[in-house]
Write a new protein. Structure first.
Length: 186
């Protein structure tokens, strides 16, 4: 059975209440979730107190102990997981820094969005900007979140958002310009 099809089938089992399906699911997606967490952590400070494993565990708990989700497929699951991983990092960052934020923010807004040690990311700034972009263009904000945090390709983003590849590209171009303008003002 193709891995994506298998994951989609297990997600439907989870949705229907099959308790054993959650364990099967975590075994199949754990490596993907760690990859997303490592990708997000690449932009964090060197002495970060969270590790990718802890982030994955916290995000997984938030996914399955929260409201029930109508899972569509693997890409949809990874999009939700990436969003939860982002929330874990933002919550941790806010608790760590308290009311005083570091204003040091750099991110390359190109098609290769992986944060790196050379370009540290302040997830609180990203979150603030994404919330503002969400008000200006919700679809563009979704594209940024899916590409930046999930590492999904344009084709996968189009699948998750049930839109065309060209629509994803247009929204991505708009979002890059919008974010670039607002990042310059930070």
């Amino acid at each position: 059975m193709h891995r994506q099809t298998e994951i989609t089938g297990i997600l439907h089992q989870v949705r229907s209440g099959d308790q054993g399906a959650e364990e099967k699911l975590i075994n199949l997606v754990y490596a993907d979730l760690r990859k997303i967490a490592r990708r997000c952590m690449a932009g964090e400070r060197q002495n970060h107190t969270l590790q990718p494993t802890a982030i994955v565990h916290e995000a997984y708990l938030r996914i399955f102990r929260g409201a029930s989700v109508d899972w569509r497929d693997r890409a949809h699951f990874l999009a939700v997981a990436a969003s939860q991983i982002r929330r874990v990092l933002i919550d941790h960052g806010r608790a760590f820094r308290g009311p005083h934020r570091a204003g040091n923010f750099k991110v390359a807004l190109d098609d290769n969005l992986a944060p790196s040690a050379k370009a540290p990311c302040d997830f609180e700034v990203i979150d603030d900007l994404l919330q503002r972009l969400q008000k200006a263009d919700p679809e563009a904000a979704s594209v940024v979140e899916l590409k930046f945090f999930s590492g999904l390709t344009d084709v996968e983003v189009a699948e998750v958002l049930a839109t065309s590849h060209s629509s994803v590209r247009r929204r991505w171009v708009f979002a890059r310009a919008w974010l670039g303008k607002h990042l310059a003002n930070n």
